[in-house]
Design a binder for this molecule. Structure first.
Ligand code: ADE
Length: 238
């Protein structure tokens, strides 16, 4: 599987924090052509994945742990977010079912699937990429996977519910653009305040919906008011 050999997911596998196995429904067919799909009852374009091979593949995938949650990747599912990722990361074993073609026989979904998850309001040609997105997002939440133990906690959405502040690295001057002076000042309290303010500003500008759901401290409120005041001064000055 593409995600098993590289990046953060590869490291999670290497460090035995994550184990991945694939079950190809084609290996659970009984006919000579190894058929996994057929035409839809009632007519119409495209092919539908048959219940039988998927059922047998899910049996095999859940054999080691019948409590494993079976998740079907589909644009009709609940949209993936940070809290769902954390919930899935806390489970011992999950089975991700990736559909192909125009869909999967509804009887399979009704009988075997515990939940449906979408990775966004667009349609992919199959669930495999969506499954890999879920695996990547889970892997980086597992303890001992990311280099710096705090990195996952500081991600956008994690912990604070706000978008992350901007980041800079060397060189200090790049094509005429300077790293904000506060970041090279060595003053940790100033840096913390600057980052918090940028985080609030970004969330206010780009994702006001997130800001509305976040519990703000008194300090946050002061910072946010400063941001709003500056924007209003800019607007009235222009
Ligand atoms: N399969 C096809 N489109 C999908 C989506 N947006 N999310 C999850 N699985 C899918």
């Amino acid at each position: 599987m593409a995600v098993a050999g590289c990046g953060v997911t590869g490291r999670a596998v290497e460090r035995n924090r994550l184990s991945l196995a694939t079950f190809n429904p084609r290996n659970y067919t009984t006919d000579m052509h190894r058929t996994v799909d057929d035409r839809p009852y009632g007519g119409g374009p495209g092919m539908v994945m048959m219940a039988g091979p998927l059922d047998a593949a899910i049996d095999d995938a859940t054999a080691a742990d019948t409590e494993a949650e079976v998740v079907y990747l589909s644009p009709q599912g609940q949209t993936l977010n940070h809290s769902i990722v954390c919930e899935l990361a806390g489970r011992k074993r999950i089975v991700l079912v990736a559909g192909r073609y125009e869909g999967v026989d509804e009887r399979l979904l009704e009988s075997r699937v515990d939940r449906e998850i979408s990775i966004g309001d667009y349609v992919l040609s199959g669930g495999e990429l969506a499954a890999m997105v879920v695996i990547d997002a889970i892997a980086r939440q597992l303890p001992g996977v990311l280099g710096h133990s705090d990195s996952a906690l500081e991600d956008s959405f994690a912990g604070t519910g706000l978008l992350e502040h901007p980041q800079y690295t060397r060189p200090e001057q790049y094509r005429g653009a300077q790293v904000p002076a506060v970041l090279t000042s060595g003053n940790h309290e100033d840096i913390r305040l600057w980052r918090r303010k940028k985080s609030l500003e970004r969330t206010w500008q780009r994702r006001p919906d997130l800001l509305a759901q976040t519990e703000l401290s008194d300090e946050d409120r002061v910072l946010l008011q400063q941001i709003i005041d500056v924007k209003e001064t800019d607007r009235s000055g222009n």
